[in-house]
Ligand binder design. Sequence first.
Ligand SMILES: Cc1ncc(COP(=O)(O)O)c(C=O)c1O
Length: 285
Amino acid sequence: MQVYLNGQYLPEGEAFISPADRGFVFADGVYEVIHAYDGFLFCNDLHANRLARSMSELRIEPPADFDMAAIAAELIRANELQSGEATVYIQVTRGAAPRGHAFPASGTQPTVYGFAKPFESPAELRKIGCKAVTAPDERWLRCDIKSVSLLPNVMAKQNAVDAGAYETVLVREGNVTEGSSSNFAAIFDNEWVTAPLGNLILPGITREIVLKLCEKLSIRVAENFIPSDSLGGAKEAMILSSTMEVMPVTEIDGKSVGNGRPGPQTRRIQEAFQQWIQQDRAFQA
Ligand SMILES: Cc1ncc(COP(=O)(O)O)c(C=O)c1O
């Protein structure tokens, strides 16, 4: 596998970072994951914009010639991933410096690392839907930044695995925020409801697209927090991410959502999402 490290493409086994890297020592860095379909990097520009915002919020200066979209494209090419599905991961940390909490001396070079690998899509699960469990949201208060500091998300995902579920839906002060690695939405009274943008959720790119699709499909939308004790009244539920796409949630904490099968609005959104990908691909070709 060819990876990218600080301006070079090289075999993974030859890519080394310093143990003093602040990504390693402090989780002081940000990242993106982009889904590729036959080499087409879906929403590559939106991922690049979000990475730039994450860096800016943390005052990480990217290298002068940094071009996330171009690195992602080259990783696909170098790893011959032009057919089938793949994911590209890009991470930028504040670089290597003597350990100290405050920012290192100016001129410290950020570390940019990227890799691409084949992706086995959960396409079958998307047909039948998945189980979710709820758990307290124990993350910091800047969940809008896509930081590599993911320990609470790691614990939450493992909580799902331990419970035989696919995702943990996080609850802060009685309200659903999002999944451990996804945004969450549910349908109540024919309205698609998802948590509002702000510091408590990641501004998901899939969420943004689904919001637009709902408008096209004349599905009413509301960006409001869902109280966790009202989840039992949801007719349909779904989790959204670049890799999962639109994943129906058919059971939460052991209770069926609706009739326990992916609902009609979820199906419409899934179909429209697939069309969006195809149109975007055709447009970029
Ligand atoms: C915490 C969290 N929320 C939401 C998402 C979904 O974001 P996107 O649709 O941009 O992949 C992710 C994706 O990894 C995530 O980690």
